[in-house]
Design a protein. Structure first.
Length: 583
């Protein structure tokens, strides 16, 4: 009955707590902010599942660990006191009470002194379990890439290392728990039993009935009242054993309470982090350096503990005023940016890797905070972001085009399947409907669609949502140049403003302005005219030729050395100097 009560109580408590946690986790982009902007929760999914489950079970077990033993102690103690008073033991009853209190106090202090830090050890065990679970999820998510790279041995080493750490922690807890339980059982079963026998023997063997009539009745018995005293002794012993068992369960619950404290700290930390990130408070461990003010050189640090920037929505274009582009780690990518991007200004964004192109999109999309300055941008419904690897949701083929809308939302917008078919025609995906079995076909679209098809499916969503700005981040790298050009032209014809990150010169003609990041914290925006485009294309061709020639220098040098060795000659000093200069 108790286990049934505990299981149902734990299930109900876990359901309510998990429901509340998921509401916090999937609200206001908390899931993204916890994983990318805050470094306190390494495995939020572990906290949402395992930690909440263990916490709920521990709370449900408090009834049998605390409530019932306390009730048994009170009930049995009252019965023993009442019986002792009726038998007229007098003040001698207080002697075993004092003795029992002293023994329990000394025992409790000994157990407290030798008790390990179960709460801390259990919290560490939960952390290691979460890390092992995280490594498994990474292998599942990136199994194809790992297979291509042949990285099974490296991943296996990481998993074995994480498992060994978890095994060592669990073995450490078991070793500590065995020693503690051995001492605990010795004190409670042997010390308490001996003390208990003395406790019940003193009042019963020395008791005198207060009534002369009762004493006379006992004296008239053949055994002189021995049977009556033996019965009282046996009954008291059984009651005392029950009371001792209740006290033992109450004291052994100490380690359960300390373990509950460990789970409580994990769950409390989870909810605290959720609440902080909702309010824009992020704590992330930086790799090196201290927080630095904006205005220094590339590689400086920024103090991300306070957010002083302001961002608000407007019906117009995009305006940035004195905005630094800062990563969640505090790295300054762009020191200070002031720009205005009105609707109809098709902007091409270029620069070396890590210069801030995608970071700018994250700030405009509200994923990263504005640490300083002012950002004015349209509502999120007027901006649609397409990454290089579009996300394919679970569901039908129709769900892939209208994501993140549902079919009901699509119907309320007045969109029908024929219009979706026209969109797929624009992105050259119309054969996919018949190939996959219709709009209601369900499949694992991440595996079924090729890289180019997934990118074109992402572009199809732009035509469905028709935002004011389309943020395209290298989203056509797997699409042929002719198909890419027709799609970009169709987006412009639909009145959608392009903000494109790309390295392809073929897309320059679809843009009116260019934003160049230099990779050193600086930037430059200028108009992209026909002459400028032609000049840039000339430079690109020349750059490719030089790169090809420079790549051939090591091979030429090796061939020259080989020929000189065959001919028995030395490489001329002039040739060495020329090739060294080329390198």
């Amino acid at each position: 009955m108790i286990r049934f009560f505990e299981s149902n109580l734990g299930l109900a408590f876990r359901s309510r707590l998990t429901e509340h946690a998921y509401k916090q986790y999937f609200k206001d982009q908390t899931y993204y902010r916890v994983s990318n902007l805050d470094g306190r929760l390494a495995n939020a999914d572990q906290c949402l599942t395992e930690d909440v489950t263990m916490f709920s079970q521990s709370v449900a077990h408090l009834y049998s660990h605390l409530t019932k033993p306390i009730f048994d102690i009170v009930l049995i103690s009252g019965t023993l006191f009442g019986w002792a008073n009726r038998r007229g033991t007098g003040s001698i009853i207080y002697l075993p009470i004092i003795m029992a209190s002293a023994v329990i106090t000394v025992t409790a202090r000994i157990l407290k002194r030798i008790s390990p830090r179960f709460g801390h050890m259990v919290a560490e065990e939960a952390r290691l379990k979460g890390h092992l679970r995280y490594l498994h999820s990474r292998v599942i998510t990136n199994s194809e890439e790992i297979a291509f790279y042949g990285g099974h041995q490296a991943e296996n080493n990481q998993l074995n290392k994480a498992f060994a750490a978890l095994k060592e922690q669990m073995s450490f807890i078991y070793r500590k728990r065995i020693l503690y339980i051995m001492m605990e059982q010795f004190l409670m079963k042997y010390v308490w039993s001996g003390t208990g026998m003395v406790m019940i023997a003193i009042p019963i063997l020395t008791a005198e009935y207060t009534s002369p009539q009762q004493n006379a009745l006992l004296d008239d018995e053949p055994d002189g009242g021995v049977s009556e005293r033996t019965r009282a002794f046996a009954t008291s012993k059984n009651l005392l054993y029950s009371a001792a068992d209740a006290v033992e369960r109450l004291m052994t619950s100490y380690k359960d309470i300390t373990e509950l404290a460990g789970y409580t700290s994990r769950v409390w930390e989870m909810f605290s982090v959720f609440e902080d990130v909702k309010q824009g408070k992020y704590i992330r461990t930086t790799v090196s350096g201290e927080g630095a003010d904006v205005g220094g050189k590339r590689g400086e640090r920024f103090d991300t503990s306070t957010i002083q920037g302001v961002q608000y929505e407007s019906a117009g274009g995009i305006h940035l005023k004195n905005v630094p582009i800062v990563t969640p780690n505090g790295d300054v990518v762009v020191r200070n940016m002031t720009a205005e991007i009105p609707p109809g200004m098709h902007l091409l964004i270029t620069g070396p890797n890590g210069c801030g192109k995608s970071s700018l999109f994250r700030i405009l999309g509200g994923l990263w905070p504005v640490y300083r300055g002012t950002v004015e941008r349209p509502p999120k419904s007027s901006m649609y972001y397409i990454p290089q690897r579009p996300y394919m949701t679970l569901g039908t083929l129709r769900d892939q085009v209208i994501y993140p809308d549902t079919v009901a939302q699509m119907r309320r917008k007045g969109v029908v399947d024929d219009e979706l078919a026209a969109i797929l025609e624009i992105v050259h995906l119309s054969p996919i409907v018949e190939r996959e079995g219709g709009w209601s076909a369900r499949n694992d679209w991440m595996d079924v669609l090729s890289g180019g098809e997934k990118q074109r499916m992402g572009l199809a969503r732009v035509f469905y949502h028709r935002p004011l700005f389309a943020l395209l981040d290298e989203c056509t790298s797997a699409v042929s140049i002719d198909v890419e050009g027709s799609i970009y032209q169709a987006i412009k014809d639909a009145g959608i403003t392009l903000l494109t990150v790309t390295h392809r010169p073929s897309l320059w003609k679809f843009h009116t302005h260019i934003l160049q990041f230099d990779g050193e914290g600086g930037w430059k925006m200028e108009q992209l005219g026909a002459s400028f485009t032609q000049q840039r294309l000339t430079f690109v061709e020349e750059k490719k030729q030089l790169e090809t020639q420079l790549a051939a220098v090591p091979k030429l040098r090796d061939r020259l050395n080989e020929l000189c060795t065959i001919l028995g000659e030395d490489v001329t000093q002039d040739a060495v100097e020329d090739m060294t200069a080329s390198d």
